[in-house]
Design a protein around this ligand. Structure first.
Ligand SMILES: CC(=O)SCCNC(=O)CCNC(=O)[C@H](O)C(C)(C)COP(=O)(O)OP(=O)(O)OC[C@H]1O[C@@H](n2cnc3c(N)ncnc32)[C@H](O)[C@@H]1OP(=O)(O)O
Length: 191
């Protein structure tokens, strides 16, 4: 809240980020970078002030829980969902050491992780929760493991929970103790 108020005179956090880059005077730069950092902290994000963007991206759910390394380069007109990481690999002897370079018009789904010295071409779709550590050619879609159904036609009893030594279930917007002896016997047998 405080950071949002302090950022308001700059027009937006994005404009503040640009000022962090263009400001030459060291003391002013330090103040701006710290204010920008506070704003990121309040959003549970860390989009580095010196990460290079060819244009302002669109954050459909706001810049929340998004981590982008200072070494990353990102093209114009990109869409970046929440919980995305675009991160550096800083292990000196690693094959993937370096930071991602992402093209124009990319769409990066929620929770995707793009790490290390990878090139993602223009017009790429990165699926939700994808882990990208190898180059992705332009005009492609990249996803990680598909979801797998491991049981079918087996009703799942998701009602009962063990809490502080008692069995409880959630109903009418509150936790209720299990009192049915039959249910209790079954639950105690299982655990
Ligand atoms: C609160 C909120 O709403 S936040 C919004 C969150 N939404 C997102 O993050 C959207 C991210 N988008 C996705 O993940 C999309 O599914 C995309 C971008 C991967 C879809 O790309 P499309 O080119 O349209 O692919 P399409 O839907 O046709 O699916 C192609 C294949 O990928 C699979 N697939 C789709 N998404 C994923 C994924 N995230 N992970 C793994 N596999 C996936 C599909 O099952 C399909 O498999 P099949 O060919 O074996 O049937």
């Amino acid at each position: 809240m405080l950071a949002r108020l302090l950022v308001a005179p700059f027009g937006s956090a994005w404009k503040l980020k640009e000022r962090c880059v263009t400001t030459r005077r060291p003391f002013v730069k330090k103040v701006l970078v710290n204010l920008y950092g506070l704003y990121q902290y309040e959003n549970n994000s860390s989009i580095a002030w010196n990460a290079q963007f060819a244009g302002e991206p669109f954050f459909p759910h706001g810049p929340k829980s998004i981590f982008i390394s200072g070494g990353a380069k990102i093209g114009k007109n990109c869409v970046i969902f929440q919980q995305v990481t675009i991160g550096s690999n800083t292990l000196a002897d690693s094959k993937g050491a370096g930071a991602p370079v992402i093209g124009d018009n990319c769409y990066i789904g929620a929770g995707a992780k793009i790490v290390g010295n990878v090139r993602v071409g223009d017009n790429v779709r990165v699926g939700a929760n994808a882990l990208v550590y190898k180059d992705v050619p332009a005009n492609s879609v990249v996803v990680s493991s598909p979801s797998e159904i491991i049981q079918r036609e087996t009703p799942q009893d998701n009602r009962f929970y063990s809490f502080q030594g008692r069995w409880v279930y959630w109903e009418d917007a509150r936790w209720n103790p299990v009192t049915d002896d039959g249910v209790l016997a079954r639950l105690n047998k299982q655990f």
